[in-house]
Ligand binder design. Structure first.
Ligand code: PHE
Ligand code: ZN
Length: 850
């Protein structure tokens, strides 16, 4: 461990910086190991601040010179930054520093990837470029001059001048330093054009390395659609003459919304039908939209401090989800989001890493780019919209953009625009931002003299640092059905605000069946003692597509739990109900494909844990396999028809309709492979002409214990394409039998192409192993040991990616003693590694403190 005790930063300690910045001029003289950065910054005292300390952040910088108003100074320099005496009138700061992008493997600040210079400054990376008040509430215009002998030199804003070996960029919009970006490389543009709603022409470019030109068209179209959608739905227009996107191979996250110069992980932007799956296309469309939407929600209006991260991320995720719903199918998107939230956010919120959507303290902010901040943050906005209604939501957003344009804001500012628009008091709603943990909602009902009563109870378990929980405002969308499956009450939203609360429905002819939490109206766990017969009824009749899907999911989950705990036979209600739904050709193929899904094994482990049982990963795996086998047999006659329905005889397109058909086809192929041992999958593999089909056929073969020849052929075919090679690594670890997953993964770490310093490659292998639930949790601890060993190796190279991947261990306390002990031992091994990064130290100690 580091000898210095880690420092914790608290929201309550916020104070504004003592100076405002009026302008920033930067000059970069690029060189692999000795880039010079010269800064000229106009400061003036901040009238709203009381502390005049002039402290500038700076890390891993070699200071060459510093002046104030042209006079050399000798600041007090530490490894965190510098302090100098500053006048209490406006002044100009100038400094020159040297940095080493060629050795920057952490991928934060200015770094190199395949000969290309590139930056990543969010959250606190700008301080690795030059001395600066690196905090989001300090906003300024930037002018940047880049000197370098690479053909393409880019920064934020509009190009203002250029010559041989240099270029200058000017960004007229004040921004915090975390939105700064610079790219220099041998790049090719895929150009595009957009005319904004007020008639301004914007030049668009998607910059890629030579060889990737053929993978740009889809991303460019997604960008244009996003620009149009934000005008149509939010009235938000783009505000520069150019918009550049750059694809880079080495990147810790998905993408980054730097003003006018978005930087994307190649995997989040490059796509072609031969190399990308339908799911890749959908994800790329969503990420392009997400980063573009940040131009207003994040850039024009930014965060006062990093505790307010959800202000931009929750809202922008909510906006990209709306976009995807409009471009594709709203109900399919909602189901995807619920699956995702339960798979990633619920385990986080119900374990040692649980934190509020707006955290109150942190040691390393990089550890708070979590699914709680992002996805639960988006759910909170969805609930707000449901509570105030669509019209008030639109008015509140207009007011938000009007009132706060150009500012660095807080959640209080955000809620205030809703209070001012609607006259509502949102202080109780604010608990969604301050209370961690997933509320559980318990339902009971009563039927007396034509009046139906639903009684709801809410309870949230204690979470780290929060033992007492107060009731939250939970919008519960409810509809009532009669015995024929007709709606006797259309969906209405109950505002559930007390610990216990009853809602009555009168004037009914007979006791109805309730459909509760329609559209997944709140990110809660619904605890409802419903019989299989009621689930089966809702699976057949619910008029809400989400809850109809949910009924099937609940039936499946109950069936699996019965199989695990009581050795029960596969549930006939589930098998019959599923068959009926799959037969119904009026239902969207994408929706039927989702119906064929099962809860993840990790979700089942959570469900068992919540019932007070110790989950046995192999027993869970066996139950899932058995239910799959039974499903395949039960649907035997239907499977060929599902395949046929999924055949597409028009040219490939990643649109919702075609990809829905392929999703159904590949789900059917998965079941077929359980009956024919992979014969059809091998045939499909041989004739696949797009990556979606190729990969799903290969997955079926591997799951059936076959496919060795195909796996080798796949590698030969695609070894030149790094994004496909990532898939090749990932598939082997995720489809492997639990007994051999850790061994297969260990062998793959010896493969010549296991470039572990590349985050995509590392995650493809180690992340997939961690997702193979029974494989990762193998009894002898081989999965844990392998992951720990590699996290220890990666930490000094790339702390951010290492720390994020520690979350694979977050559920350690729910398993049996032996597994717990092995996980604790591996976590301790990581914690005791000399010079462990602050990122990983914080994660491991939070997990161990459970
Ligand atoms: N702000 C980025 C996004 O969500 C995510 C990100 C965070 C990227 C930190 C890099 C580093 O759009
Ligand atoms: Zn974002």
């Amino acid at each position: 461990m580091r000898d210095a005790a880690p420092t914790t930063i608290y929201l309550k300690d916020y104070t504004p910086f003592g100076y405002l910045v009026d302008s920033v001029h930067l000059t970069f003289d690029l060189a692999d190991h000795a880039t010079r950065v010269t800064s000229r910054i106009a400061f003036r005292p901040n009238p709203n601040a009381s502390d005049p300390t002039f402290f500038l952040h700076g890390e891993d910088l070699t200071l060459i010179s510093a002046t104030i108003d042209g006079v050399d100074i000798a600041p007090d320099v530490t490894d965190k930054g510098l302090t100098a005496d500053a006048p209490n009138v406006p002044f100009v700061w100038e400094a020159e520093v040297e940095i080493d992008p060629g050795n920057n493997t952490a991928l934060e600040g200015l770094y190199m990837s395949n000969g290309m210079y590139c930056t990543q400054c969010e959250a606190e990376g700008f301080r690795k470029i030059t001395y600066y008040p690196d905090r989001p509430d300090v906003m300024s215009t930037f002018t940047v001059r880049i000197n370098g002998d690479l053909p393409v030199l880019l920064s934020n804003g509009n190009p203002s001048d250029k010559g041989d070996g240099w270029a200058e960029w000017t960004d007229p919009w004040p921004k915090p330093a975390y939105l700064f970006a610079l790219v220099a490389g041998d790049l090719i543009a895929h150009p595009g054009q957009f005319t904004t709603m007020s008639g301004r022409d914007v030049e668009l470019n998607l910059w890629v390395r030579p060889g990737d030109e053929g993978k740009c068209a889809f991303g460019m179209e997604a960008l244009k659609k996003s620009m149009k959608w934000d005008e149509d739905v939010y009235g938000r227009e783009y505000d520069l003459d150019v918009f550049n996107i750059v694809a880079v191979d080495d990147f810790n996250m998905g993408a980054m919304e730097n003003k006018g110069l978005n930087i994307f992980n190649s995997s989040a932007v490059l796509a072609s039908p031969e190399t990308s799956t339908d799911m890749n296309f959908e994800r790329i469309e969503a990420i392009i939209a997400h980063e573009y939407f940040h131009n207003w929600t994040g850039n024009r209006i930014t965060c006062r401090d990093w505790f307010q991260l959800c202000l931009k991320e929750g809202l922008t995720v909510f906006r990209d989800a709306q976009f995807t719903s409009d471009m594709r199918s709203a109900s399919v998107k909602r189901i995807h989001d619920a699956i995702d939230l339960r798979a990633r956010q619920f385990p986080e919120d119900n374990g040692p890493l649980s934190h509020p959507v707006r955290p109150e303290s942190f040691q390393e902010i990089n550890n708070f780019y979590t699914s709680t901040v992002y996805e639960k943050g988006a759910e909170v906005i969805g609930m707000l919209k449901r509570l105030v209604g669509d019209d008030a939501y639109a008015k509140a957003l207009d007011l938000y953009f009007d009132r706060h344009d150009g500012q660095a804001c807080t959640i209080e500012d955000w809620l205030k625009v809703f209070e001012d628009t609607t006259g509502r008091d949102l202080s109780q709603f604010n608990r969604w931002y301050s209370q961690s943990g997933t509320p559980r909602v318990f339902v009971s009902d009563d039927w007396v003299d034509g009046t139906y009563t639903l009684t709801l109870n809410q309870k949230t378990e204690p979470t780290p640092g929060q033992s007492e929980k107060l009731p939250q405002v939970i919008p519960i969308a409810v509809g009532l059905l009669n015995d024929n499956g007709d709606e006797v009450r259309a969906t209405e939203v109950l505002e559930f605000t007390e610990a216990e609360q009853s809602f009555t429905f009168s004037g009914l002819a007979a006791k109805p069946t309730p459909s509760i939490l329609r559209e997944f109206s709140a990110p809660v766990i619904l605890e409802q003692d419903q019989t299989d017969a009621v689930h089966a009824f809702l699976l057949a009749h619910d008029t809400d597509p989400f809850n109809r899907w949910q009924a099937g999911r609940s039936l499946a989950q109950e069936a699996l739990i019965g199989m695990i705990l009581r050795d029960a036979a596969p549930n006939a209600d589930y098998l019959d109900g599923l068959l009926a739904v799959l037969r119904d050709q009026t239902l969207d193929p994408a929706y039927r494909a989702l119906m064929l899904g099962l809860p993840t094994q990790s979700e089942l482990a959570t469900a068992l844990h919540q019932k007070g049982k110790t989950p046995d990963p192999m027993a869970i795996w066996t139950a899932v396999e058995t239910l799959r086998q039974a499903t395949a047999q039960h649907m035997q006659d239907l499977l060929p028809r599902l395949h046929a329905e999924a055949e597409v005889d028009v040219p490939y397109s990643p649109d919702a309709e075609q990809s829905g058909k392929r999703a159904l086809g590949s789900a059917a192929l998965g079941l077929t492979s359980r009956l024919d041992g992979g014969v059809k999958a091998a045939a499909d593999y041989a004739k696949a002409d797009n990556m979606t089909l190729q990969l799903s056929a290969l997955a079926c073969l591997l799951r059936a214990g076959k496919g060795e020849a195909e796996l080798a052929a796949f590698y030969d075919q695609w070894q030149h394409d790094r994004l496909v090679v990532d898939k090749w690594f990932g598939l082997q670890a995720s489809m492997a039998h639990p007994d051999s997953a850790a061994d297969i993964a260990r062998d793959l770490t010896k493969h010549a192409e296991f470039n572990w310093k590349n985050p995509n490659r590392f995650r493809a292998l180690m992340g997939s192993l961690a997702m193979n639930h029974a494989g990762f949790h193998r009894q002898d601890g081989a999965g844990y040991a392998l992951l720990a060993e590699w996290l220890i190796r990666l930490d000094p190279v790339n702390p951010q990616t290492t720390a994020r991947m520690c979350s694979a261990f977050q559920t350690w306390k729910r398993y049996d003693r032996s597994r717990q002990a092995q996980m604790r031992e591996n976590l301790t091994r990581i914690a005791e590694t000399p010079d462990l990064s602050r990122d990983t130290t914080e994660m491991v100690s939070r997990i161990l403190d459970a």
